[in-house]
Design a protein around this ligand. Sequence first.
Ligand SMILES: *Cc1c(COP(=O)(O)O)cnc(C)c1O
Length: 370
Amino acid sequence: MEDKHQITVTSPLLPDLDEFHALLKEIWESKWITNNGSFHQRLEQALAEYLKVPYVSLFTNGTLPLITALQALRITGEVITTPYSFVATTHSLWWNGIKPVFVDIDPSTGNIDPERIEAAITPKTTAIMPVHVYGKPCDTIRIQEIADKYGLKVIYDAAHAFGVEVNGESILNAGDMSTLSFHATKVYNTIEGGAMVMHDAKTKKHIDYLKNFGFTGETEVVAPGINSKVDEMRSAYGLLNLRQVDDAIEARRKVAVAYRDALRSVEGITFFDDMPGVRHNYSYFPVFVDKEKYGMTRDELYFKMRESNVLGRRYFYPLISEFSTYRGLPSANPENIPNARRMASSVICLPMHHALTNSDVERIIDTIHK
Ligand SMILES: *Cc1c(COP(=O)(O)O)cnc(C)c1O
């Protein structure tokens, strides 16, 4: 019988177990298992170098750096953001008592449309929180122009944008701060984990206090901080994964090339091409289904793929603005966000990870060709 093993949308990048075991042995011998240990410090340093950014602060996931960035910058009132993202983006606002204001996306990228931001600014607006969706860089120059004009902060949810560069510069250097997620499903993972990227030593120090309850010394607490300290095991795991992440991204790139070659001729299926000057990380491969031209709805194709044991994901559907927490907000009105609605109703993210084989990719393409 033909092998029809399940093809999942992602698969975690795992370090070599023997190498990991050797590092665990070191940790056991040192008896230092958390609280800014040596592996934690080494990983922050290694990530700053790899990502080409001045400062990195590790966090236990990708949601807490968003919450902490808003605290650190004392953001209040309203924040302009996108409905086309993972719920953690706006949850971070909600946890800070901030009202999210949804602005529609640019259909050519999936990112917040900078030309619609100004119309959403009110006297209560204090910041913009854009997302580099699928790792595609936002128009950071235009967003900064608007932020400067109105005196707004910019916090990028860069959870998808690990290693993404524009003309050789890290996209993570844009705005006041950027946050990353190192969740198991992401391009680079520390099982659970995340980070904040900042531009100066003073901010780095402040953030390091905030993620450790606000402690600046044995007896001094300077702010109501949170606990988001990363342990030594995850830090060691992260150091090992960093060594193989370039190979993983290259493997993903090959899958993207194969998908594009095979699907370019399929009527009613569209996808993004690489952007000039951008080092992409191929974190996701979204395709968009036009039901008239393709002859099948997005959901019909999605479930047909599942019958063949190919698991895509409808990222991002439903829109954040459709969840009960947010749907009553004026900016969640469907008429305010038509492009986001169209994208959410047509998208399927195809399986995309470093371990997909050629025959997996063929099987996935076949389910769409048929
Ligand atoms: C994954 C993700 C997060 C949250 O990261 P966690 O590490 O799961 O907390 C935030 N924003 C976006 C856009 C994400 O995809």
